[in-house]
Ligand binder design. Sequence first.
Ligand code: ZN
Length: 126
Amino acid sequence: MRQIYPSTFAVRMDAYSVFVAWALAVACVILWALVVFLKLPFGCLLGFAGKAFLGAAAVHVALAFTHKCPVCGKRPTVQGFKPPHPDSQTQSKFTGWAGVVVSVVRRSEFTCIHCGTNFFLKNGRT
Ligand SMILES: [Zn+2]
């Protein structure tokens, strides 16, 4: 069954913060390689990208705890140690909480990794 997710704004911002963190992590690796192997003077940029990555990750952690699945009461982007619900495995090429993030950004819908309920996101800020 497909339901409207009540915390549309929070889950969207949560997912976008993860994408920003992933992009900054890739940038850090590239900048690190340029600094170490090619001796390019990008140390300052590397420091900025590293701090920005930590900031985006902190935003994700903070936002992940601001919304809950209305069916099971658990947080869809916080996985823990239990394997994700089997119905959530096919929502993306990623599994678990990363699958929720990719599905929210790409399709404005996701399947809860704890109970398997399918949600879609309304447009607008709710
Ligand atoms: Zn749930």
